[in-house]
Write a protein that binds this ligand. Structure first.
Ligand code: PMP
Length: 420
């Protein structure tokens, strides 16, 4: 698969070779790295992409959920242009900032007050800082295999090197263990940080029982419960928390919410967020030159105020559910131990049968199939995350979904002897 891939992409190969001289691994986003070299995209329109060698793709990656509006939504582009016409960042507060804050507060049940950052990574760091400041405690609990950005990447006891604060761990979707572990930490624990569906960790939904166990145990010990909805906030008008009917103390946001411009936000209970209130003594600092940059704020107002309304969020969720059902029906019909997990418009392929409720160590055979899947789909003109995740954007239509199902059927037919 690698040879055909490389032969079809001489320009991408050359770009990668040049990049390696100035950046370790040839890029600055680990998720975009794969061997032999990543495809270099040079143009996008709607849900189409073109690479440096002139090949066209259906974009089902949707910039890892940040590309919800596609690559050419004119209302977003207009909003950004108009904002820049009034001057590149003015070192000042602006009204778009509070307009966007109001839109977000109106949507998410857990958010009474909100602040902006440049990324989801920062949003999580600042939410943890808020929880630590509010509780006067230091330790933070995360899920093994959770993903919270560049500093808590597929969290394990070993990978905490990027985040120099004391961490505790528990297992995803194990209510009894989580309850026990939270209660054992007791008054040491400042916060529990959890994705209501593991996103990068495999599109593995949390059970309501698990989220409720976290809610109950944190209420008992006084730890702040933080939902990382950087990816999952798209799953309903009020995010996945509203759909699951479990409301955390704080929520972190990011990705698509500024129309694809860089973005992050964290918010929650007013008494917790008050740790940043400059009107009060002893507040925590939260600076950041680009926190309220004019293009993200302007694009965010249009994205959340005009385009991604409640009906659009529900329609996207339904489209994703229908696609995943069709894909799983195709796998079942073919009798292969392959499945697509997720919720709504986010889905990941797995090469094992049976329920998947927690991150797992993939076997070499599974890893080989995942790699084949990525390169086979790419050869069919479909762009996914290397790990096999898709995140639908609004321009992805019925015909595009049908094309993905047909491409998966072709993969299954071609690779059937390898599929258990
Ligand atoms: N949290 C989750 C759940 C994410 O998926 C990501 C990004 N993939 C982040 C946080 C980090 O966001 P960013 O890449 O904007 O820093």
């Amino acid at each position: 698969a690698h040879e055909a891939y490389a032969a079809a992409r001489p320009r991408s190969a050359a770009i990668h070779e040049r990049a390696r001289a100035v950046m370790p691994g040839g890029n600055t986003r680990s998720v975009l790295f794969y061997t032999p070299f990543p495809t270099a995209m040079v143009r996008g329109e709607g849900c189409r992409l073109w690479d440096a060698d002139g090949r066209e793709y259906l974009d089902l990656l949707g910039e890892y959920t940040a590309g919800l509006f596609g690559h050419s939504e004119t209302r977003i582009i207009e909003a950004v242009k108009q904002a820049l016409d009034r001057g590149i960042n003015l070192a000042s507060v602006g009204e778009a900032e509070q307009d966007l804050a109001r839109l977000i507060i109106g949507r998410f049940p857990s958010i009474e007050l909100v602040r902006f950052t440049n990324s989801g990574t920062e949003a999580n760091l600042l939410a943890l800082a808020a929880a630590r400041g509010f509780t006067g405690r230091t330790k933070v609990m995360v899920m093994r295999g959770g993903y919270h950005g560049g500093v808590l990447t597929f969290a394990t006891e070993q990978s905490a090197v990027n985040l120099p604060i004391p961490l505790a761990f528990t297992d995803y979707n194990d209510p009894a263990a989580a309850t026990r572990d939270i209660l054992a930490e007791g008054s040491l624990l400042a916060a529990v940080l959890v994705e209501p569906m593991l996103g990068s960790g495999g599109c593995i939904p949390a059970s309501r029982e698990f989220l409720q166990a976290l809610r109950d145990a944190t209420r008992q010990t006084g730890a702040v419960l933080i939902f990382d909805e950087v990816m999952t906030s798209r799953h309903g008008p009020g995010g996945l928390q509203q759909r699951m009917d479990v409301i955390p103390d704080m929520t972190t946001l990011g990705k698509y919410m500024a129309g694809g411009m860089s973005f992050g936000a964290f918010g929650g209970r007013a008494d917790i967020m008050a740790v940043f209130d400059g009107h009060k003594p002893g507040t925590l600092p939260h600076a950041g030159t680009f926190n309220n940059n004019v293009w993200s704020m302007a694009a965010g107002c249009v994205a959340m105020g005009e385009i991604f309304d409640a009906a659009t969020a529900e329609a996207l969720y339904a489209r994703g559910e229908a696609l995943r059902d069709a894909l799983n029906a195709a796998c079942t019909a073919a009798g292969v131990g392959m499945q697509f997990t997720g919720r709504g418009s986010m889905l990941t392929v797995h090469f094992r049968p049976g329920p998947i409720t927690a991150p797992y160590a993939a076997t070499p055979a599974e890893n080989a199939l995942r790699e084949l899947f990525f390169f086979d789909l790419l050869a069919q003109g479909i762009y996914l995350a290397r790990r096999g995740m898709a995140a639908l954007s609004l321009p992805v239509g019925e015909a595009d979904c049908a094309r993905y199902v047909a491409a998966v059927e072709e993969f299954v037919a071609a690779r059937k002897p390898l599929l258990a």
